[in-house]
Design a protein around this ligand. Structure first.
Ligand SMILES: [Zn+2]
Length: 69
Protein backbone atom coordinates (compact mmCIF):
# COMPACT_ATOMS: atom_id res chain seq x y z
CA UNK A 1 0.00 0.00 0.00
CA UNK A 2 1.00 3.61 -0.49
CA UNK A 3 2.73 5.43 2.33
CA UNK A 4 2.33 9.06 3.33
CA UNK A 5 5.14 11.52 2.61
CA UNK A 6 6.61 12.75 5.90
CA UNK A 7 8.49 16.06 6.25
CA UNK A 8 8.79 16.36 2.49
CA UNK A 9 10.66 13.08 2.14
CA UNK A 10 9.80 9.77 0.55
CA UNK A 11 8.94 7.19 3.27
CA UNK A 12 10.62 4.45 1.23
CA UNK A 13 13.97 5.86 0.09
CA UNK A 14 14.20 9.20 1.97
CA UNK A 15 14.50 11.22 -1.23
CA UNK A 16 13.33 14.85 -1.14
CA UNK A 17 13.34 15.03 -4.94
CA UNK A 18 9.57 15.15 -5.26
CA UNK A 19 6.93 13.06 -6.91
CA UNK A 20 5.58 12.38 -10.37
CA UNK A 21 2.25 11.54 -11.90
CA UNK A 22 1.66 9.35 -14.90
CA UNK A 23 -0.85 10.05 -17.61
CA UNK A 24 -2.20 7.92 -20.39
CA UNK A 25 -2.19 10.09 -23.46
CA UNK A 26 -3.22 9.78 -27.03
CA UNK A 27 -1.27 11.96 -29.46
CA UNK A 28 -2.58 12.64 -32.93
CA UNK A 29 -0.09 14.21 -35.34
CA UNK A 30 -1.43 15.86 -38.47
CA UNK A 31 0.63 16.10 -41.66
CA UNK A 32 0.23 17.86 -44.94
CA UNK A 33 0.51 15.75 -48.10
CA UNK A 34 4.07 17.05 -48.47
CA UNK A 35 4.91 15.32 -45.21
CA UNK A 36 5.09 18.52 -43.21
CA UNK A 37 3.87 18.27 -39.65
CA UNK A 38 0.94 20.66 -39.17
CA UNK A 39 -0.26 20.25 -35.63
CA UNK A 40 -0.51 17.70 -32.88
CA UNK A 41 -3.39 17.16 -30.55
CA UNK A 42 -2.85 15.53 -27.17
CA UNK A 43 -5.71 14.02 -25.22
CA UNK A 44 -5.37 12.84 -21.63
CA UNK A 45 -7.38 9.68 -21.13
CA UNK A 46 -6.54 8.85 -17.57
CA UNK A 47 -4.26 9.87 -14.78
CA UNK A 48 -3.71 12.63 -12.31
CA UNK A 49 -4.64 10.80 -9.13
CA UNK A 50 -1.77 8.40 -8.47
CA UNK A 51 1.53 9.85 -7.32
CA UNK A 52 4.93 8.19 -7.32
CA UNK A 53 8.29 9.07 -5.81
CA UNK A 54 10.44 10.50 -8.61
CA UNK A 55 13.45 8.61 -7.23
CA UNK A 56 12.25 5.09 -6.34
CA UNK A 57 8.90 5.23 -8.23
CA UNK A 58 6.87 3.79 -5.38
CA UNK A 59 3.30 4.90 -4.77
CA UNK A 60 2.95 7.85 -2.39
CA UNK A 61 0.23 9.76 -0.61
CA UNK A 62 0.91 13.50 -0.50
CA UNK A 63 -0.52 14.94 2.74
CA UNK A 64 -2.90 17.93 2.73
CA UNK A 65 -3.68 17.53 -0.94
CA UNK A 66 -7.26 18.63 -1.48
CA UNK A 67 -7.34 17.36 -5.06
CA UNK A 68 -6.85 13.74 -3.95
CA UNK A 69 -9.87 11.61 -4.70
ZN1 LIG B 1 11.32 7.16 -2.93
Amino acid sequence: MAKVVIDGKCPYCGSAQGYMQRYVQSVTQYYGFEGEPIEASVVNHRGGTKKYCSNCERKLIIPNNQTEK
